[in-house]
Design a protein. Structure first.
Length: 181
């Protein structure tokens, strides 16, 4: 027991916490990972489709990447030999904006796209495999410059309120000090 008494437990716990906090997260090969991807499952056809965008919130007019992962639901292996069709639909008008075809579907694939305006879009993915035809739907919000300005204001609002409260407190302290003199 004397050996354990010489260990500085505070230092040990800090090192352990930092090693857990700063350890890299290593994704599994080929599948989408993180906290923000969307999934679509079809138990009957044994199909799992994952979808994500890069950047997480696309900006209207800037190039973004739509990423898809098509997998066997039971085994987690990538689906092979399929054709994928991607349709991008403006959610407010329900009219397709763009349609892309990926003929050599092999599990993971991506499509570059620049959303024309801010708003909500639906991404429809049709997967034609030898055994089935499946259509999945995902939702993407594209930010516009006006949304970005509004988000900046909302991010800065707590700082502005804090600075205003500190200014008011400083003014009362200065007034109180000068009133006593």
């Amino acid at each position: 027991m004397k050996v354990l008494s010489h260990i500085n437990w505070n230092l040990f716990s800090i090192i352990l916490l930092l090693s857990v906090f700063f350890s890299p997260s290593l994704p599994s090969y080929g599948h989408l990972y993180g906290y923000n991807f969307q999934e679509w499952r079809n138990q009957k056809d044994n199909l799992l489709i994952q979808f994500d965008t890069d950047p997480q919130t696309p900006i209207a007019g800037n190039m973004s990447t739509l990423m898809f992962s098509v997998q066997n639901l039971r085994t987690g292996q990538h689906l092979q030999n399929f054709t994928a069709r991607i349709a991008i639909v403006n959610a407010s008008s329900n009219n397709p904006i763009s349609v892309f075809v990926n003929k050599d579907g092999v599990g993971d694939f991506a499509q570059k796209y620049a959303f024309p305006a801010g708003g909500t879009y639906e991404i429809l993915l049709r997967v034609d495999s030898p055994s089935s035809i499946d259509v999945s739907r995902f939702t993407v919000f594209a930010s516009s410059p006006s949304f970005q300005v509004m988000n900046l204001v909302y991010l800065l609002l707590p700082i502005i309120i804090l600075l205003a409260l500190l200014g008011v407190a400083f003014a009362f302290i200065v007034r109180f000090v000068y009133k006593k003199k």
